[in-house]
Design a protein. Sequence first.
Lengths: 298, 323
Amino acid sequence: MANRSRAKSEEKTKVYKPSRATRLFTVWRKLKKSKLAVAGFGIVVFMLIVAIFAPLVAPYAIGWTGRSRRPPSMEHILGTDASGRDMLSLIMYGARVSLYVGIAAVTLEVLIGITIGMTSGYFGGVIDEILMRITDMILTLPELPLLIVAVTFFEVRSVHIIVLVMGFLGWPYIARYVRSEFLSLKEATYVEAARSMGASSRRIILRHILPNILSLVIVLATMDIPWYIFYEATLTFLGFGDPSSPSWGVLLEKGYLYLTSAWWMITFPGLALFFTSLGFNLAGDGLRDALDVTERGR
Amino acid sequence: MTVRTYVIRRIILIIPTFFMITILIFVLIHLAPGDPAMAIIGRHNVPQDVLKEMRARLGLDQPIPVQYLLWVSRLLQGDLGKSYVSQRPVIVMITERIPRTLELMLAAELISITIAVILGVIAAVKHYGLADAVSSVGALIGYSIPTFWIALVALLVFSVSLGWLPLSGTHTSTDFPSPFHALLDHLSYLVLPAGVLILGWTAYLFRMVRSSMLEVLGQDYITTARAKGLRERVVIYKHALRNALLPVVTYLGYSIGFLLSGAAVIEYIFTWPGLGNFLVTIAQIRDYPTMMGTGAIIAIMVLVANLCADIAYAIVDPRIRYD
């Protein structure tokens, strides 16, 4: 209904403005053409469902223990761990922590990245110079060593601290892309048109530039999620993680102790990591094509 | 701007970056909760005067900016202080490990460039063919695989189950009939870490070469070259590949950061005595001065590598605009 009334009011000017739902549908229709992208979204949605409904879908409850280090069998499809817990259930609960880490860190990174990128692009001059120097500096540093150094300085081992550290060190790359996108959109004809019609800078930024930057950011963010899941798993594996939040990294850290005697303890959590990452990467690739994003960054 | 002024400008720009990085490392360490003096003593109920003496000995009683200046001036003289734990000079411990890391990275770089260029060219030339599909899927898997996990799986399969390759370290013994045997033995230790380290980077580089090559192959001068009747081989290798590799060169500078990142965990898993493994082990025991030194050295290595890549690019591509 809302669509129809809007179409009517705009009839005079003969401008067709697709509603949000229509635009989403267009993106989906393009996305659907790529089987790989659909498969990617399928994996991501599957993992999210498993994570959200872990208590319902996991075959064994959290506290359940049986015989330890049993190989995969009918009762325990993926075997049991050193304390006799069911690996499949552990992986399902682990999805909660790992996906939380990836999504939370990316959200933080995106918020900081957009703010700094837009500030830099909007003000230019000295502010731009300073912000971009800082951005470049963090970008040159190898990520994992930097994260290790940063995480070490917190006495408390907490998964939330890892998320904060990753988010606060991850934004430069987003800021870079947002800035260059902002700079090129600032000169775009439609922005000039808006300006000539007397639109305020605030309106131009929020209504005209930001929405166009968002599609780029969505693509970058989707493909960054697996990286943060990896980093958290790696940090945990190296002993800088939070043993109280059973992420896939914690499972792998424990599995490493029984590398030679219980292969299933490292194989299956790793496969879960791999498929999740594959899903996000495929989805990101598909979104890039569907949203028609060109990466103008560095 | 000529190439020379560009290079000079680029070198000068490294100075502020260096100071910013050292400040970052320093601030990270000093903003962090926890007292290094306490960390060394390792107990919580320590008499105040003992702590005070420890702080004075470590220079921790000075104001923070003074501590930073002292640290940086010593850093520039190559003095990174002593380890809290082993009491050995940090610079000695680092220089012992740098060659191992460089060796691993050089091996990884050579293998991944070779694979990425060959597969990238084939995939671009036979666009949408079988080879393109297979290598593209391979690349997708390559960068979706968690590095440290595939390292563990490789260890499990090739060392534990099949027994083809050694488990960890750098050599079996120091006594070999000839240098050639020693080299072979050493290489057998290098295979797994290098082989795992390249996965993500090769996948990334392959995509770069492929898309760059596709772009070049669509250009007019390639059509001209073909129209002149040049053989396809000449067109591809002499005309297209040379230009297609130009943008790839810039990415080689980033590779050192990428590889160092991966090396941290891979060296740890294969107990390869390099910088990455070192950083992980000292971070686990919170040996702060050693961490600061290692962090600074790693940052300097990356800065120099990026500088070299930028200069190489400026020399290789005369069309570059230096601004």
